[in-house]
Design a protein around this ligand. Structure first.
Ligand code: ADP
Ligand code: MG
Length: 338
């Protein structure tokens, strides 16, 4: 006799967490939240932990199994487990800068979010800004230096002025970022930025409201989610204010005019498309007093902890996080492998 029950084939998904950056702990929390929300009717998630050269899965009985990097598979109790896709939940290196994406491309494994080029390009603040301004979105003026270059203090004074921001090109969480108030602080800020990368930018200070806009491709359509305003009690949104309770406030929707909101939505959707983004990303801006949103950066693996901005925006819109994650996985499953 035929039953009325539906039978689904569960898809095995690897949820990869950890990583080699200051955002390691946040990545663990991001993955924990995704693990809790993933739709168990359709997906069987395996949490894979990556740190340095150790890529492991911890089985229910506590046994630690190493990932076979030839095809990103596991051998558990003599049985080979392969995945249909990887859900990347690593912030910073190597989940957000294109490295894992390139590896998965090489072995023909599908994954959520942006591809290798979009990840690598957007992770470098200087090259990302070049691309963004070519698409007609305002950015702050900056100078680009490599380690070993002589920094012309007079040029900085003339072209950028003070205060300004010195930032490592490839970093995150405000690590390697310093607000420089005058010429005497420049050298130590440069030294700090070069601790984390071999390139830096010296960027003109933008005075205004800091806001961030989630963007996703949901059921095939690029959609700006909502705009959240970041208010901090510190001078800017530095590492301490990001990760200490009570030092910042997130306000959704941001207190900006409808015109500015619509402009940020338009910019964000355009950039998502032109930079060939995938999955959910977050674009940060500073809106100056005249209502111009200046692009700051794209976060291609934004936080997905219970307290993070993107889950708050999804909640604000009345959308269901479980459905959004399913949509990301389905998008990944449809990606071409060339
Ligand atoms: N040009 C700027 N003008 C004003 N504030 C800035 C500028 N650049 C960065 N900031 C501040 O520094 C923070 C970190 O800079 P960001 O470019 O986002 O680097 P990260 O990738 O480390 O988050 C921003 O959230 C913002 O508060
Ligand atoms: Mg930032």
């Amino acid at each position: 006799m035929q039953s009325n029950q539906y039978f689904y084939i569960m898809k095995k998904i690897a949820l990869i967490t950890g990583g080699n950056s200051g955002e390691y702990e946040i990545s663990l929390k991001t993955a924990e939240n995704i693990m809790n929300k993933i739709d168990r009717r359709f997906y069987e998630p395996y949490l894979i932990h990556l740190k340095g050269n150790e890529w492991t899965y911890t089985a229910e009985d506590g046994r630690v199994v190493e990932v076979d990097r030839n095809d990103f598979s596991l051998l558990v109790d003599g049985k080979k487990i392969t995945f249909e896709a990887v859900f990347i939940a690593i912030h910073g290196n190597p989940g957000e800068n294109g490295r894992l994406q390139a590896y998965f491309d090489m072995i023909g494994m599908r994954y959520t979010g942006c591809g290798m080029l979009a990840s690598a390009l957007t992770f470098n603040k200087f090259y990302c800004n070049l691309a963004v301004s070519s698409f007609g979105v305002p950015i702050s003026k900056s100078l680009h230096y490599f380690k070993g270059d002589k920094i012309d203090a007079e040029l900085v004074e003339r072209e950028i002025q003070y205060p300004c921001f010195v930032k490592s090109c490839n970093s995150g969480s405000s690590v390697g970022v310093t607000k420089v108030h005058n010429a005497s602080e420049l050298a130590s800020a440069v030294e700090e930025a070069f601790k984390y990368d071999s390139q830096l930018i010296i960027e003109k200070y933008l005075k205004g409201k800091e806001v961030t806009c989630g963007v996703a491709r949901i059921n095939g359509k690029i959609q700006a989610l909502a705009i959240t305003q970041i208010v901090t009690t510190r001078e800017y949104y530095d590492y301490k204010s990001k990760y200490t309770d009570g030092l910042h406030d997130l306000i959704t929707p941001a207190q900006i005019s409808d015109d500015v909101r619509d402009k940020i939505f338009r910019y964000s959707e355009k950039l998502y498309r032109e930079l060939a983004c995938g999955g959910i990303v977050r674009m940060d801006y500073i809106v100056t007093a005249d209502g111009t949103p200046y692009f700051l950066e794209v976060n291609t693996i934004p936080g997905q902890t219970a307290m993070s901005i993107v889950p708050c925006q999804i909640k604000y819109l009345g959308m269901d996080l479980t459905e959004v994650y399913s949509s990301l996985i389905e998008e990944a499953l449809q990606n071409d492998i060339f």
